[in-house]
Ligand binder design. Sequence first.
Ligand code: SF4
Length: 446
Amino acid sequence: MALSGIVIYKMLPQTNCKDCGFPTCLAFAMKLAAKQVELSACPHVSEESKAKLSESAAPPIRLVTLSSNGAEVKAGNEVVLFRHEKTFYNMPGLFIRVRDDQPVEQIKENVAEADAYSVNYVGIDLTLDGFAVQSVSGDPQVFKAAVASVRAATQRPVILISDNPEVIAAGLDSIEGKGALIYAANGENWQQMAALAKEHKAPLAVAGKSLEELADLTEKVKGAGVEDLVIDPGTRDFSSTLAYGTQIRRLALKKNFRALGYPTIVFPGDAGDPGLESMLATQAITKYAGFIVMDDFAPQTVYPLLVLRQNIYTDPQKPIQVQPGLYEINDPTADDPLLVTTNFSITYFSVANEVEGSGLPAWLLVTEAEGMSVLTAWAAGKFDAERIAKDVKRFNAADKINHKRIVLPGHVAVLSGELEEELPGWEIRVGPREAVDLPAFMKQAL
Ligand code: SF4
């Protein structure tokens, strides 16, 4: 049962030492009651209080982790309904499903192709998270062989799909239970499935036909000793998947309803149509899936989903940044120009890609501007002559070039006078406003 801020406050040391980052114990208690901080942020809470507060401090949506040979998928542990309230933390895992009625060599080939897929987006390598193996044959040995062929092609986590405990047991044997999510316990098989999950220390998905049935089942399975659960309310169409997903999230976050406080699993692949599948997966990424199982692996389907997921699961208050520093583009020599920009990822990649694509060599000084674009950073006082000059010195730009010439972005031409004062003896050139015009500028003016 959720505790109020005042009740929590009475269990804290009440010294207002600020070690938790809050000015008072009461402020910390209020945040703890709202599930916006972890109890571990207070290093002074007594063991007795810790035990009492553990229920209140537990995340409203349990964190479920699938780990396999260094690859890891985490789902749950979310604290807000809407991303703009704070941030979403753990991206839903994207899984590609194969079926055990396919030839094993075909499975291996398909999985290897999807496993190798990787795309670089603003400096981040985006990949799929794992594979699901569905038993169509109903035969444990056939399933076991299919799971083995998946494991031969990938080290990523797998979801084993069957409602027959014997089939699941064969699949678990095949991979020694490592990195597997069992799908699924239902009203008939939950005792055997719970026993398998316990034996192999594997998370277990629970499937119900209604929220009531689901809540009843999760309590039973939890009572049998399995804590890491994933839930499937059984919906497959757009509106009921959205409605149930939202209700589950609301009940967990707003009502602290523990029986549904688990990440969900959805199956866009069941739509049977790549277009619908892609749209269902899009909906699932935004609201509020923990695991997404798809059938269609095609770069044109997967790429937008990976990018969308990356964007939804970044902190809206922290722009994506690159490391400040002096970057080399196209193997520059000491004669080549020195350009400057900010460390907002999209700004950096716009400039770097244009210069790289032109084949012209250059040094690119990326300054610390708290991840803001050129104009925003300038307006916020984070990209000024003093900072640029400081980074010219910090990254030893003068040691790499045999000239003293630096190119400012055209949007901040106004800084050229001040920069001359900050960098005595340097020539300040004003470049174009848009990155796309840089190659022509470099050919003509440098
Ligand atoms: S660290 Fe603990 S004792 Fe110190 S102010 Fe925060 S809640 Fe209070």
